[in-house]
Write a protein of this length. Structure first.
Lengths: 113, 115
C-alpha cells in the first residue's frame, strides 16, 4: 500500500532557525504529494503540492519542499522560523489511481522565542 | 464563496445516542470527502462522493455510519448508537474533479465527544 511516513512527531526550533520536517513516501510510481498545516481548532490548510511539474515546490508562508525520487522523500523546509509557524504539519499522498488523501501521523512544530 | 463549512463545530453526546453532522462544500465542487482524525493521528479517509453518488467507502466506515449527499450539494454523516471510540474530529473536504490535480479544501471540522 502506498503511504507516507513522517519522522519525528515533535520538532522544536528557535525563532529564526531553519525548519526541516521530514516525509518519506512509499510508492514505485511518484504520486501526488502534499503538505498541509493545521492550527489549533482549525481545519487543514494546504501549504504546497508536488504534481511532477517541478521537483522544488514553493508554497505559502515561505515554505518549500523538494521531491527526491532517489530518496523517496518530500521534506518540508523554511529558512527562518517564525512564532506563527507553530502548528501541526501533515504530509499526504494521493496514490496513483486513488481519489482520497493518505496522511502521515503529523509533526508538531514548536517555535521557541 | 467562504469555503467549506461544517456544522456543528462541537458535539457532546452520550454513548448510544445518534448524531448527525453536516458539511457544505465549496459551491462548484462536485467531489466531497469525509475524514476522521483522532488525537495524535493524521486524518483517515472515510468516504467520498462525486455529485450525489457515494463512490468509495473505507473499512473504517462501520454499519453504524451512514453518509448521504442527496442533491449533490451538502452532505450529512450520521453515526448511530455512538461509542466512546467514535470520539474524534470529523473533517469534510471538497474538490473539483480534474482541477488542481486532486487538491482538496478542508472545513474546520466537527469535534465529537462521546461520554
Amino acid at each position: 500500500a502506498q503511504s507516507v511516513t513522517q519522522l519525528g512527531s515533535h520538532v522544536s526550533v528557535s525563532e529564526g532557525a531553519l525548519v526541516l520536517l521530514r516525509c518519506n513516501y512509499s510508492s514505485s510510481v511518484p504520486p501526488y504529494l502534499f503538505w498541509y498545516v493545521q492550527y489549533p481548532n482549525q481545519g487543514l490548510q494546504l501549504l504546497l503540492k508536488y504534481t511532477s511539474a517541478a521537483t522544488l515546490v514553493k508554497g505559502i508562508n515561505g515554505f518549500e519542499a523538494e521531491f527526491k525520487k532517489s530518496e523517496t522523500s518530500f521534506h518540508l523546509t523554511k529558512p527562518s522560523a517564525h512564532m506563527s509557524d507553530a502548528a501541526e504539519y501533515f504530509c499526504a499522498v494521493i496514490p496513483t489511481g486513488a481519489n482520497n488523501l493518505f496522511f502521515g501521523t503529523g509533526t508538531r512544530l514548536t517555535v521557541i522565542p | 464563496d467562504t469555503g467549506v463549512s461544517q456544522d456543528p463545530r462541537h458535539k457532546i453526546t452520550k454513548r448510544g445516542q445518534n448524531v448527525t453532522f453536516r458539511c457544505d462544500p465549496i459551491s462548484e465542487h462536485n467531489r466531497l470527502y469525509w475524514y476522521r482524525q483522532t488525537l495524535g493521528q493524521g486524518p483517515e479517509f472515510l468516504t467520498y462522493f462525486q455529485n450525489e453518488a457515494q463512490l468509495e467507502k473505507s473499512r473504517l466506515l462501520s454499519d453504524r455510519f451512514s453518509a448521504e449527499r442527496p442533491k449533490g450539494s451538502f452532505s450529512t454523516l450520521e453515526i448511530q448508537r455512538t461509542e466512546q471510540g467514535d470520539s474524534a474530529m470529523y473533517l469534510c473536504a471538497s474538490s473539483l474533479e480534474g482541477l488542481e490535480l486532486g487538491q482538496q479544501y478542508f472545513g474546520p471540522g466537527t469535534r465529537l465527544t462521546v461520554t
